[in-house]
Design a protein. Structure first.
Length: 106
C-alpha cells in the first residue's frame, strides 16, 4: 500500500510541474524569420501567433504571393522553435522518459 501512495504522490507532483510548464510555455515567445529577416512572425510556446512584422519593401501588389509564402515560412520557423522548447521542458519534467509520438499535453 505504501508503494501506491508513493506513486500517487509522484503523479500529483508531475501534474503540478506540467501545469507550471504549460504556464511558462504560454509566456515564452519564439520569433521565426524568412526572406533574410524581411518577414518575422512571433509565436508563444503553444504555437499561437502573437505578431507579424513585414518589411515595407515587400508591400508591392505584384509580390503578394511571395509575401504570403514568406509569412508561412516564418510561422513554420517560429513553430519549430516553440516545439523544441516545449520538448526540452517536457524532458526535464519526465526525467527523459519517452512520450508517445503525437501525444499533446496542451
Amino acid at each position: 500500500m505504501k508503494d501506491i501512495m508513493g506513486m500517487m504522490s509522484k503523479v500529483k507532483e508531475m501534474q503540478e510541474r506540467m501545469q507550471q510548464m504549460q504556464a511558462e510555455l504560454a509566456e515564452t515567445q519564439c520569433e521565426g524569420q524568412s526572406g533574410g529577416g524581411l518577414v518575422k512572425v512571433t509565436l508563444n510556446g503553444k504555437g499561437e501567433m502573437l505578431k507579424v512584422a513585414i518589411d515595407p519593401s515587400l508591400m508591392k501588389p505584384d509580390e503578394a504571393e511571395i509575401l504570403e509564402d514568406l509569412i508561412v515560412a516564418a510561422s513554420q520557423d517560429a513553430k519549430s522553435k516553440a516545439e523544441t522548447i516545449a520538448q526540452d521542458k517536457m524532458a526535464s519534467i519526465t526525467g527523459g522518459l519517452p512520450i508517445p509520438p503525437g501525444f499533446k499535453l496542451f
